[in-house]
Design a binder for this molecule. Structure first.
Ligand SMILES: Cc1ncc(COP(=O)(O)O)c(C=O)c1O
Length: 378
């Protein structure tokens, strides 16, 4: 029986050979961190996103935390969707901020501008803590059509907007890449993401000062790339490794090709869902989308568990949802925004599914996924 899996490490034999050759050079050079590969990877990533600076580090979680530390959120409130990965909320808390949850809209799986305005007003009425800004998440790689307006609205009030772009490598709205749409961004290169460095992350910014600080934060607070023992900032040992950066360069080179494959599969599946009248989160308003996840709404009266089981039996293995359990229901965050309700997240987090969508899928695989979705969801 055909089986279509939700994850694929896109590494051809030629890529493996390039990695072997590159890593042999690294070993011979004995420069294992902060060397040529790191410099080249950062330069190529900044060019791809269209930003002035890209600063690599050891994970997307670290990239988020450093961005928030640079924005000095300690003692201040930071708005964040409850529908996100643990890492987004944890980064705010680690940076000393107070997480204030936002609900989500079914159409984007992200908050709406109205939700942000309402949350700011509610927070200001009940707390003395100033609001510093918004930690936004482009869920599944989908950039909300409201995002540019939302950024303008926040900036007008003196609030920053940061992008958690962990899902959004290559997502583009109104000719601007995710990672360059607001006041700084964090990417993840975790193995399941659109591109990987095994573990790794990247900060993107157009600010020279923030670039300088981010480089210090990831290198134990040592400013100006010094290897001595003068520590200016409360940083950490959070550098990417040279072999990780080499893998990043190999993956980045083929990213346009991987994105094109994802898009082709998405188009095949989305067209079938449209024809069958099934509902999903659309990326049609975007110039390009990472297509990290296709978010399909579970029809009324059906259960996610049962549908996933049926699809599984048909060889269509669904990936994790984004997200099945929102952060306000996670045990570790008990007490954060206690007593608040988030009806959008409560309705849709448990009631969506993400069929396989990878650069390892053929058109035939996508057509099969589409056929099974229509068969079991209709
Ligand atoms: C939305 C989001 N933000 C942040 C992260 C954290 O990235 P990392 O695993 O590289 O620390 C992830 C994924 O793991 C994520 O999905």
């Amino acid at each position: 029986m055909r089986q279509v899996k939700p994850f694929y490490f896109d590494m051809t034999e030629a890529d493996i050979a390039a990695y072997a050759e590159g890593s042999a050079k690294i070993m011979r050079s004995a420069t294992l961190i902060l060397g040529e590969q790191t410099t080249q990877f950062e330069k190529a990533f900044a060019e791809f996103i269209g930003v002035k600076h890209a600063i690599s580090c050891n994970s997307g979680s670290t990239a988020l935390e450093f961005l928030l530390r640079i924005k000095q959120v300690a003692g201040k409130a930071v708005l964040v969707p409850t529908n996100t990965n643990f890492a987004t909320v944890a980064a705010i808390i680690r940076a000393g901020g107070e997480a204030v949850y936002l609900d989500m809209d079914k159409r984007t799986f992200a908050p709406s501008l109205a939700m942000i305005r309402e949350a700011i007003a509610r927070h200001r009425a009940s707390s003395k803590k100033p609001v510093a800004g918004v930690m936004w998440v482009h869920i599944g790689g989908v950039v909300s059509p409201e995002f540019p307006q939302l950024v303008a609205d926040c900036r007008q009030q003196g609030l920053f907007v940061l992008e958690d772009s962990a899902h959004a490598h290559g997502s583009k709205l109104a000719d601007v890449m995710s990672g360059n749409l607001a006041d700084g961004a964090a990417f993840s290169f975790f193995p399941t993401k659109v591109m990987t460095t095994c573990e790794g992350g990247m900060i993107t910014t157009n600010s020279d000062e923030e670039d300088h600080l981010a480089r210090s934060f990831r290198n134990q607070g040592k400013r100006g790339m010094n290897y001595g023992n003068l520590h200016h900032d409360f940083g950490n040992s959070a550098r990417i490794t040279e072999p990780g950066a080499l893998l990043g360069l190999i993956q980045l080179k083929k990213l346009p090709q991987m994105l094109a494959r994802r898009q082709a599969c998405y188009t095949i599946i989305a067209r079938a869902l449209d024809k069958a009248g099934l509902s999903y989160v659309s990326t049609k308003h975007m110039d390009a989308a990472s297509q990290y996840k296709l978010i399909v709404h579970v029809p009324e009266g059906r259960t996610t568990e049962d549908l996933k089981k049926r699809l599984n039996e048909a060889g269509v293995i669904c990936g994790g949802g984004v997200y099945d359990l929102p952060c306000h229901k996670q045990p570790v965050f008990e007490g954060v925004c206690a007593g608040q309700a988030y009806p959008g997240a409560e309705r849709w987090c448990p009631n969506h599914l993400c069929p396989p969508l990878t650069s390892g899928m053929s058109d035939d695989d996508a057509a099969y996924v589409a056929e099974m979705l229509v068969k079991h969801l209709s």
